[in-house]
Design a protein around this ligand. Structure first.
Ligand code: NAG
Ligand code: NAG
Length: 344
């Protein structure tokens, strides 16, 4: 099932402009321990994030006072009117001697020159139904960093990994981290819920104001539930982690487990999660959703090159060593296994 969703999507994007969607590159803005949704105002959130989008990203981002498109002076996205922020955790390799090395990111297919970052999709609908774009102040989180079992992970339908045989591999998505070395890296895929309560721009857990469709999937056009009646675009992140420097089986754990851990201390991959703060200028996103724009260009929407996106960068709020072989994960985050036991 999972691979069919994704294959459908790639085919839609590559072949049939009738089923339009935005697919574009956003380079890295900064990698640091900041989380304006979960730990607003705190410099030094518990775990490390990689962040893309507008440079008004900071620790506070108070929706009551902040107008993101006015505060930002550049964006790492190629849609020049998109000053939103998108972030996820950061992947680390754990060596046999117990030290950690940050896994680099690389540009996705057609966006190879992107400095890390992500590929972002906004998918209005596969059935040409109208969707309501996000509003200023809207934010949400999908996934949960505390999850370590497939049963719990089932609550979030489409947070997966693709073991890349080559950069174009789009089959075999798994809920947990691939168990064998992946020749061209590991792609993390995060698809957000597509139904909104129509009222709240946020909620205490940053996710109960949105929901999945009922009696089917977004992909097959199932309706939104009465509690969350407003269809919103499917927001979808693809992140390519370049694990190729860590593919030597003799560097992998002797017990046969896989060596990659997330910055929030997850050795299973099941706590995969992503954060979003909407920040498109004016009506640009709604216009793109209404006019069946496809790919990374859209009539009437500003475009900048990936090179310009790469040039938008933010200085980390705190000095922290993220590279080299680290004796612990940034922030001292403990690593837990499928039973929630601390394993290092
Ligand atoms: C974040 O940026 C806003 C303006 O964009 C500023 O008022 C606020 O003080 C900043 N907060 C932090 C913690 O840097
Ligand atoms: C730990 O292992 C890594 C990878 O093999 C190696 O590069 C590093 O030097 C080792 N560190 C120590 C302290 O032995």
């Amino acid at each position: 099932m999972l691979q069919n969703w994704h294959r459908g999507l790639m085919l839609a994007w590559l072949l049939t402009p009738a089923s339009a969607l935005l697919r574009f590159s956003c380079s890295q803005l900064v990698t640091e321990r900041l989380d304006p949704l979960v730990n607003p105002g705190v410099v030094g959130s518990p775990h490390l994030h990689q962040i893309i989008g507008g440079n008004s990203f900071n620790a506070s981002m108070d929706p009551k006072t902040l107008s993101i498109p006015d505060a930002a002076t550049c964006t790492t996205c190629t849609f020049a009117d998109d000053f939103s922020n998108y972030w996820t955790a950061v992947l680390f390799f754990r060596a046999r001697n117990g030290t950690y090395k940050r896994v680099p990111q690389k540009g996705n297919v057609y966006f190879e020159e992107s400095h890390g970052g992500m590929t972002i999709y906004y998918i209005p609908s596969y059935q040409n139904k109208k969707v309501t774009a996000f509003k200023p102040g809207f934010r949400m989180i999908t996934g949960d960093p505390t999850i370590r079992t497939k049963e719990e992970a089932a609550k979030y339908r489409q947070l997966t990994y693709t073991c890349l045989e080559d950069p174009m591999t789009r089959t075999g998505e798994t809920l947990d981290m691939p168990k064998k070395p992946c020749k061209a890296g590991i792609m993390a895929n995060l698809r957000f819920p597509t139904c909104w309560d129509g009222v709240n721009l946020d909620s205490a857990d940053h996710s109960s104001h949105v929901s999945y469709p009922e009696g089917g999937t977004f992909e097959n056009g199932a309706p939104c539930p009465a509690t969350h009646p407003v269809p919103i675009p499917q927001l979808f992140y693809e992140i390519v982690w370049d694990t190729t420097a860590f593919n030597n089986p003799t560097d992998w754990p002797a017990d046969g487990s896989q060596p990659f851990v997330w910055s929030y201390g997850d050795a299973t991959g099941l706590g995969n999660h992503g954060d979003y703060v909407f920040g498109w200028k004016g009506n640009a996103l709604q216009t793109a959703m209404d006019t069946n724009c496809n790919g990374d260009r859209c009539n009437g929407l500003g475009y900048q090159t990936i090179k310009n996106g790469n040039a938008c960068m933010k200085k980390p709020s705190a000095d922290e060593n993220l590279d080299g072989w680290l004796s612990e994960l940034p922030g001292g985050m403990p690593v837990t296994d499928a039973k929630g036991n601390v394993i290092m």
